[in-house]
Design a protein around this ligand. Structure first.
Ligand code: ADP
Length: 165
């Protein structure tokens, strides 16, 4: 298949990576020859995890996917994609609220890098309402997020928010 010769970039904040992100990354890795998951260094105002922590958690979470690598970027995603010679940007789509923002971003990225195609992978129903911010909020309040995040993230969340007694 032609896509197998292509490189996909999955940009995001990943503060932290969830099973929803991971499902999209796995499906992208089945389609594309090489997948680069790129953490935006200047996306979030007040992140819970440092970029280095987010990268370590992502690397642990994708360790069994041999065509997936993780890096970071500053500035425009279109410039970073060009730097890697990426053919596609892959984004996950959840409930309708994602659509507006994603549509605007895809159109802007097309202006900036017409050769780069944005591809949307529809989330699994199980993860349709899952977001990093929801995970952080529930974990902060002592709730169980063990079926929403990969194990390396669960461990780091327990360090940030020790179980309440
Ligand atoms: P950003 O700040 O760029 O939205 P995120 O880390 O929140 O970064 O998300 C990165 C990508 O993963 C986005 O395309 C987002 O829509 C997608 N995504 C986030 N959560 C899920 C989920 N539960 N299922 C599928 N895709 C998701």
């Amino acid at each position: 298949m032609r896509l197998r010769e292509h490189v996909a970039l999955c940009p995001g904040s990943f503060d932290p990576v969830t099973l929803g992100h991971l499902h999209v990354i796995e499906r992208a890795s089945n389609l594309f020859g090489r997948v680069i998951v790129s953490i935006g260094r200047d996306g979030l105002k007040d992140p819970l995890f440092s970029v280095a922590e987010r990268q370590a958690m992502l690397e642990d979470s994708v360790a069994d996917l041999d065509n997936v690598e993780v890096d970071t970027f500053s500035g425009l995603v279109a410039v970073h994609a060009r730097h890697h010679g990426a053919h596609a940007l892959v984004r996950g789509l959840r409930v309708v609220t994602d659509f507006d923002r994603e549509f605007q971003m895809a159109l802007m990225n097309r202006r900036l890098a017409p050769e780069l195609e944005t591809i949307f992978i529809m989330t699994d129903a199980e993860y349709a309402f899952l977001s990093s911010s929801m995970v952080k909020e529930v974990a902060r309040l002592g709730g169980d997020v063990s079926d929403l995040v990969p194990r390396p993230v669960l461990e780091r969340l327990r360090e940030k928010f020790p179980p309440r007694t």
